[in-house]
Ligand binder design. Structure first.
Ligand code: PHE
Length: 337
């Protein structure tokens, strides 16, 4: 019996030492309920009382030896598997990466966002309106009745008699007065359309940003302050703002607004064509007729409005001398921003 036990130990240990040993199969074969060691232990009943503890001890030692080897081999197999996967999955973080070609934010979109940020910072909401618009919101609600001469200055694309492509974002002013109650503080960016021939400063499609503020006691001083803040944030802290009298049907009084040339500081240079000033927008106090048509009592409320071309701001800020660059989408041009 002793020989059988020692033989079992030898066989088991040699099986375990094989490189790809199936440890579970070996355990079942030798130590399992129907295993070889168990079978020997079952035969112990036939032993004498003296032999039994001796054989019992050997059997225990054999079991322990096999279990110990199984345990050690299991550890070794686990370590080897880990090692293999570490080698297989090794990542060389020093290999140079492949650059992904990412797109660019278009300079118009970029300037538009920058403008939005400035006005959001002053408490304005962004409101958008439709590009296909009723004649009413683009003209009539802005104090431009059907035969008004101001219509001639905006070469309008008509879709039908009372539907058109909006020529100005001022249409959003008229819409906003109908849906919001004062205090109103909005800017409205978007595309506008005019039947202009393409040249360095004209395009039949361009972008404007409108501003509208209505509350009790709003003054021209508030308008000037807001525009000064805008101009200084956009063009630099030294920028000054100048109002020149002008006429728009929907504002009274109206002004054209210039900023001091941020290239030469006002001395006169190529950018400002020697003027020292650059015109950037139109503005004024909302005409009482416009307030009334928008359902707002001009005796209780007053407001200011302004409108500016986003292309113009982008061209000034980035020193772009031809508007057509902005629409041709030549990546060599766009990559510069
Ligand atoms: N809508 C005017 C334009 O397109 C600009 C403007 C807006 C002027 C608001 C005054 C007030 O020229």
């Amino acid at each position: 019996m002793k020989e059988t036990l020692l033989k079992i130990r030898e066989d088991a240990l040699s099986a375990i030492s094989a490189p790809d040993a199936d440890l579970e199969a070996i355990r079942i074969r030798y130590l399992g309920k129907k295993g070889e060691l168990t079978a020997v232990l079952r035969g112990m009943g036939q032993l004498t009382a003296e032999e039994r503890p001796v054989i019992g001890q050997i059997a225990n030692e054999v079991r322990e030896a096999i279990e110990k080897e199984l345990g050690a081999k299991a550890e070794a197999q686990k370590a080897e598997a880990l090692n293999k996967s570490l080698i297989a999955e090794k990542l060389d973080v020093t290999v140079p990466g492949t650059a992904v070609n990412v797109g660019h934010v278009h300079p118009i979109a970029r300037i538009q966002r920058e403008m939005e940020e400035i006005f959001i910072g002053m408490g304005f909401d962004i409101v958008e309106g439709p590009e296909i618009e009723y004649d009413y919101y683009n003209f009539q609600a802005l104090n431009i009745p059907p035969d008004h001469p101001a219509r001639d200055t905006q070469d309008t694309f008509y879709i039908s008699e009372n539907i058109l492509l909006r020529t100005q974002t001022s249409s959003v002013q008229a819409r906003t007065m109908e849906t919001r109650k004062p205090p109103i503080r909005i800017v409205s960016p978007g595309r506008v359309y005019r039947s202009d021939a393409v040249d360095a400063t004209h395009s039949p499609l361009f972008h404007q940003m409108e501003g509208l503020v209505i509350d009790r006691g709003v003054t021209m001083g508030n308008l000037k302050g807001a525009l000064e803040m805008f101009a200084q944030t956009m063009f630099g802290a030294d920028t000054r703002v100048r109002f020149r009298p002008h006429h728009f049907p929907f504002t009274e009084p109206s002004a054209e607004v210039d900023v001091s040339c941020f290239a030469c500081g006002g001395k006169g240079c190529r950018l400002c064509k020697g003027e020292g000033w650059i015109e950037i927008l139109g503005a004024g106090m909302v005409h009482p007729n416009v307030l009334t048509m928008g359902g707002i009592d001009p005796n209780e409320y007053s407001g200011f409005a302004f409108g500016m071309g986003i292309e113009r701001i982008a061209m000034l800020k980035y020193h772009i001398d031809d508007m057509r660059h902005l629409y041709e989408n030549d990546v060599r041009f766009l990559k510069q921003f």
